[in-house]
Write a protein that binds this ligand. Structure first.
Ligand SMILES: Nc1ncnc2c1ncn2[C@@H]1O[C@H](COP(=O)(O)OP(=O)(O)OP(=O)(O)O)[C@@H](O)[C@H]1O
Length: 230
């Protein structure tokens, strides 16, 4: 079963009178349970592609099928619901709410979805254990290291049990040892929990944790290959 299918996807931005075509007809698909890394030079369109796939922005042309559903037919309200329930995001700079505790940050998608956080207590405890922050649940983000803050962001992405998680340079702000630990955690989330992951990364070693690599150059896919375990 396909998690995502993309067909002839294009995206242009208008800056002043100039129209810049950033994505020039992208085609690929992602199976459920895959861990795809999108790589390529700065400005090649990686983040733009990730935001389109995650429904954070709209394409200029082409189609994105999310579990077979054409996103262009999904209304705004339904799209927000889809993002809250089926999609998780992890960003380079964590995007945590500074004055909320670790557990409240993690519960945010549940509260925003109008659900009762009490029903998620057991899940929260399990996730805190998985990410290794059971003893930090009452602390606030500024009391945590960068790696710990990224773990909280990962927990927040997991709490609603999404189908697919998008990662935008998830270890771009971390030292190499911490980055490795975070990548191990993503591998576990992929293999043990069967989540589909799509990451944008500049790091060849981070890409090696995935199952396949898509290389973008100047808004086009120039290479698509399986990751061979070394
Ligand atoms: N909202 C926007 N308005 C205008 N131009 C944009 C917008 N977003 C992105 N671009 C342009 O699209 C191009 C691709 O940007 P994008 O951020 O997708 O690249 P990237 O491959 O992720 O780069 P990096 O590795 O540096 O993050 C760039 O030239 C950028 O200036």
């Amino acid at each position: 079963m396909k998690a995502l299918e993309v067909s002839n996807l294009t995206k242009s931005f208008l800056t002043g009178k100039e129209e810049a075509q950033v994505l020039k007809g992208i085609d690929f698909s992602v199976d459920k349970g895959e861990f795809v890394s999108i790589m390529g030079p700065s400005g090649s369109g990686k983040s733009t592609l990730l935001y389109l796939l995650g429904g954070l922005d709209k394409p200029t042309g082409g189609n994105i099928y999310f579990e077979g559903k054409d996103l262009s037919t999904v209304k705004k309200k339904e799209m927000s619901k889809l993002r809250r329930t089926k999609i998780g995001f992890v960003f380079q700079f964590y995007n945590l709410v500074q004055n909320l505790s670790v557990e409240d940050n993690i519960m945010l998608p549940i509260i925003l979805d109008g659900k009762n956080p009490r029903n998620y207590e057991i899940k929260l405890t399990e996730i805190l254990e998985t990410i290794g922050l059971s003893d930090k649940r009452k602390q606030t983000p500024r009391e945590l290291s960068g790696g710990q803050q990224q773990r909280v962001a990962i927990a927040r992405a997991l709490i609603a049990d999404p189908e697919i998680i998008f990662l935008d340079e998830p270890i771009g702000n971390l030292d190499s040892k911490t980055g490795k630990e975070i990548m191990e955690l993503f591998r576990k989330i992929n293999v043990k929990y069967g989540k589909t992951l799509i990451q944008v990364t500049h790091s060849q070693s981070a890409a090696q944790y995935g199952t396949s690599i898509i290389r973008l150059v100047d808004g086009e896919i120039v290479e698509q290959r399986e990751v061979v375990a070394i």
